[in-house]
Design a protein around this ligand. Sequence first.
Ligand SMILES: [Zn+2]
Length: 294
Amino acid sequence: MLNMKKILMVSFLGLMAFSIHAQEKIIPDNKGFFHIKVDDGLYVISNMAWGGLAEKGTPTQNAQLIIGSEKALLIDTSTPMEGFADYVRSITDLPLMVVNSHGHLDHIGNNNQFEEIFIHPADTALLREHFSNYGKPHFTVKLINDGEVIDLGNRKVNVYNLPGHTRGSIVFLDQKTSILITGDAIARRLLYTFGDWTDLSVYFQALERIGKLKFDSILSNHDRFLISPELISRLRGAITDNIETETKTWNLMGTEYIHIVPLNDQSDPEYIDIVILKDKLPDAINDLKNNGYL
Ligand SMILES: [Zn+2]
């Protein structure tokens, strides 16, 4: 059984009530919900309880909404918050497809406010396990696979499996804006890994594949701004450059992790932070060596 408190600690780590940059002028509704336009028909939806109007760089919780001419796509449902689906409906009344980027509990919390939820087959067990923290699921689980294309009418979104953060993590390429929406699979803060393990060499191969796609920017789940695609090579480089030397231990509710990149200023867009389970570190190093990455 997962310790919910522990996972929430990870999700909310570092959250503080900073005010957002003045020019963005965001007014939350009476339940604290607000949304930010990222690009044409692409929105980040959040709540004051999910990081508030945090300063750029501070970790936050979000969902992403892509609106086409015929249909809309909601990626992730964050942690439980009454009125979430109604808020999404206040932005679009088009037929809505809801997909979880992976099964972690800070991405699935409002699944019960929707009739059906799509997820990659490799994360269905994780979804069941993590949702048990919230009660009985009332939604129907549908599967979405690598290579599928979601047709929203005037725009299409490609779906790719990117095993690493979880086995069934998926990323979404919005063809219209050329933005890759990555959940936690490619992120400035890479938690590797929580309760499920994928060899780093498998993750590296998956990153190589995704890195060859054409896209202009990355939008990950816990940030609200676009990041350069160079993040992919920087993540890989940070792991291989530091995994054998960095030994900064981080104890989170009794479990030991290693920060394999030193912490620095989160408001710097270049900031990355990679955390790996201490027990898995020797195996991870061997795996990278055996596969020619170290
Ligand atoms: Zn996650």
